[in-house]
Write a protein that binds this ligand. Structure first.
Ligand SMILES: *Cc1c(COP(=O)(O)O)cnc(C)c1O
Length: 340
């Protein structure tokens, strides 16, 4: 294993030895190539550079205490990428090809998978780009699908803890009938300004309301939102939210606990009634929310008075992490042993 201070890593970029690539030409996918070059040779008129024809995914591989390496729900990431492909007119990457490339890139870079004890993991980044040179606004006819990996440090360096969030009304991440449901780079470009403002004001992240009525909770940064009350897990239903695989998994665990799960519109005022609230996604699993400020109305919705995450958030977090690390029973078959 490489001599790296795993627990000191942030969510940055650490070079690894290999990436894997596969090109789409003449209506079909080619052979998988193993590459050690971190750079791409792209035509300057490629559609991904000008018209945002790019999609990505994010998942992780975990070095487990039983010595195996597990990847979490990669078939779900493949399915979501296919949905994104349909959304921005790119050829779908078949699930089999996606999963084969994930396994290959993890195995090739296994020396970079952090130790279990460090709390760090190997982040896997699939990327699909349109590469045809053209200036007219049309879908490309040629594409490159590539996957690279990079070790990332533990999200919670000082232990599982809460953060404050802020509702921002001056910017929308995505429109109700736009590309919010797809994992495309353009949504991130649209969120950079609101995110910078939230950070400037001392918040962990910005919160978006629905773009049309500015009435309902939508997403928090690049994470889904959930609230908990009366043994119920509530998460927004919206046409501009990216369907998080972490959120889908937490909903299942909540159902397994006998909790009620509701996916519906959440009016901002309802925040007052939640006992716990959190943001969820691959990076943190759950990032518990201490409070959400609405600067325009001066309202503060408090979920944690002592800065500690609530008991249900903690239970869900520990349970899901346990499944990822192979220390809790994987009842739903969510993990794939990639190195065993
Ligand atoms: C990737 C992403 C998420 C989280 O999805 P996971 O599959 O749980 O990692 C949430 N919101 C946005 C906008 C995203 O891009």
């Amino acid at each position: 294993m490489k001599d790296i201070d795993w627990s000191g890593l942030s969510f940055g970029y650490v070079p690894t030895d290999y990436n894997v690539r596969c090109c789409y030409n003449n209506g079909k996918w080619g052979e998988i190539e193993v590459c050690s070059d971190e750079y791409l040779k792209l035509h300057m008129a490629a559609t991904c550079l000008h018209y945002g024809q790019e999609a990505f995914e994010g998942l992780k591989a975990f070095r487990c205490p039983d010595g195996k390496v597990r990847v979490f729900r990669m078939d779900e990431n493949a399915a979501r990428l296919q949905s994104t492909c349909r959304g921005i007119m790119m050829p779908e990457v078949p699930t089999e090809l996606f999963c084969e490339m994930v396994k290959k890139v993890v195995r090739l870079n296994q020396e970079y998978i952090p130790t279990y004890e460090s709390g760090a993991s190997l982040y896997i980044r699939p990327l699909l780009i349109g590469t045809t040179a053209q200036v007219g606004v049309h879908p490309a006819t040629e594409y490159m699908f590539l996957i690279f990996v990079t070790p990332v440090g533990p999200y919670f360096k000082g232990g599982f803890s809460t953060n404050p969030y802020v509702i921002i009304r001056d910017y929308d991440r995505s429109a109700p009938l736009g590309t919010g449901v797809y994992k495309v780079g353009g949504n991130y470009a649209a969120s950079l300004k609101a995110n910078a403002i939230a950070h400037e004001k001392g918040y962990a992240c910005e919160f978006y309301l629905d773009a049309k009525e500015k009435k309902y909770m939508d997403e928090c940064g690049a994470a889904n939102f959930f609230g908990i009350k009366n043994n119920t897990y509530v998460t927004p239903k919206s046409t501009s939210i990216l369907p998080s695989i972490t959120n889908k998994s937490l909903m299942q665990l909540a159902r397994d606990y006998g909790m009620t799960v509701e996916q519906r519109q959440i009016p901002e005022e309802e925040l007052e009634t939640f006992e716990e609230a959190g943001a969820c996604g691959t990076a943190a699993v759950i990032s518990p929310i201490s409070y959400i400020d609405d600067l325009d109305t001066g309202k503060r919705y408090v979920f944690s008075k002592d800065g500690q995450p609530g008991p249900i958030s903690r239970k869900l977090y520990e349970h899901l992490r346990g499944i990822q690390y192979g220390t809790e029973e994987d009842r739903h078959g969510w993990t794939t042993v990639v190195i065993g």
